[in-house]
Design a protein around this ligand. Structure first.
Ligand code: NAD
Length: 364
């Protein structure tokens, strides 16, 4: 098993990555101080696949357990489901010495983390991510949230888990679409922070994404290392943590323009990174050769096709929404070379409009 640490003083925690590690969940939780009761929050796809192995291990270690499954999908990251889980926790008499296990993808992780942050003013929790996206991104760093009808992730907190336990074997059952979505986040790490990692991905990633387990382990480890490093320096996104949002400004706008129904997070991010890289090149920040390498790698893993109709005004509205949150400025994370990005807040509306116009001409 590979291990690394998110260094956050008294809130530091380990990320453990390996194969068949679900069977060690009980022991792992004991080793970080969990005792008594555990509420396992999962979803209806993941539960039949992995809840039993977790339960067996937890019960062997003497934990009292209860499982709560939500319907899969973004819509469950809601106040309505949070309320249901709070009720289940109260029924189970979960107290402040008890804990929560988030077993699933980013939806489960964000929701269960939000419950942990707020139930009885905070109980300990552990992330057991089962999608590639959750393994390389959402389970690390303590951003927990639910959605509001006016926007994604509007209600939430920074609340770090006590442990992240990653079982690579859970990826065996992950649909290709979800694997590709996670791989977009992996490529992001190469572009923002590590040109050698980018080259390794460039050399080795195959279109089917059927990677050797060893290489997959390396990819997950390396991605977590980069995320842990950034989060350790800037836990609450006061500065450098913003670089993790490379591709997100335009990606979010695309998600919003399609009512969060057409693209999943990684698919929208994929286009967002393409557009941000092109913008960087137009701004003279990134050379054409590097842009081509980034585009090549993104194309290799394959884009989800665009919807038959896409409204440019809705994308612009999505960008203004982002703007509202950042004191009236659109923030773009733009690559300056592969392995380094900068934070830019003065790209004019005209330049963004032109970028979108050309994008529409190319695809519609
Ligand atoms: N907190 C953060 O820092 C952060 C970062 C990025 C994304 N996110 C959030 O993460 C969410 C997206 O996460 P996601 O992409 O993991 O989506 P998800 O949680 O919806 O999972 C995708 C699908 O895969 C299924 N699934 C999960 N694991 C499986 C497995 N091992 N085998 C088969 N099916 C499996 C799920 O049931 C679901 O249908 C979004 O809500 C996004 O906002 C949070």
């Amino acid at each position: 098993m590979k291990e690394l640490k998110v260094e956050l003083a008294s809130r530091s925690y380990k990320i453990k990555i390996g194969q068949d590690v679900l069977q060690d969940l009980g022991q792992e939780l004991q080793s970080v101080g969990f005792k008594g009761k555990l509420l396992i929050v999962t979803d209806e796809n993941v539960s039949p696949l992995y809840a039993d192995s977790c339960l067996e291990s937890l019960e062997k270690s003497g934990f009292q357990t209860r499982v709560f499954s939500i319907p899969p999908g973004e819509e469950s990251k809601s106040w309505m489901w949070a309320e249901q889980i709070f009720s289940a926790a109260l029924d189970f008499n979960l107290d402040r010495d008890s804990g929560i296990v988030a077993l699933g993808g980013g939806v489960v992780g964000d929701l269960a983390g939000f419950i942990a942050a707020t139930y009885l003013r905070g109980v300990a929790y552990v992330q057991v991510p089962t999608t590639l996206l959750a393994q390389v991104d959402s389970s690390v760093g303590g951003k927990v949230a639910i959605n509001h009808s006016r926007g994604k992730n509007m209600i939430g907190a920074f609340y770090q888990p006590r442990l992240v336990l990653i079982d690579l074997n859970t990826l065996d059952t992950l649909p290709f679409r979800e694997l590709r979505s996670g791989m977009a986040e992996v490529i992001k790490y190469g572009v923002i922070r590590d040109d050698i990692f980018f080259k390794e991905l460039y050399r080795n990633l195959v279109t089917t994404l059927e990677q050797e387990k060893e290489f997959l382990e390396y990819i997950v480890f390396k991605s977590c290392l980069i995320k842990a490093d950034v989060v350790s320096v800037d836990e609450q996104e006061g500065g450098v943590r913003a670089i993790l949002n490379f591709g997100h400004t335009l990606g979010h706008a695309l998600e919003a323009a399609t009512d969060y129904k057409y693209f999943n997070h990684g698919e929208a991010l994929h286009y967002g990174m393409l557009l941000a890289s092109r913008l960087a090149c137009r701004e003279g920040l990134l050379d054409l050769k590097s842009l081509n390498l980034i585009e090549d790698l993104l194309c290799r893993i394959g884009f989800k096709g665009l919807p038959p109709v896409l409204d440019a005004d809705k994308i612009k509205k999505g960008l203004t929404y982002d703007k509202k949150r950042k004191e009236g400025k659109m923030i773009f994370i733009l690559p300056e070379r592969i392995g380094r990005v900068g934070i830019y807040d003065s790209i004019s509306q005209e330049k963004v409009d032109k970028l979108l116009l050309d994008f529409f001409k190319e695809f519609y």
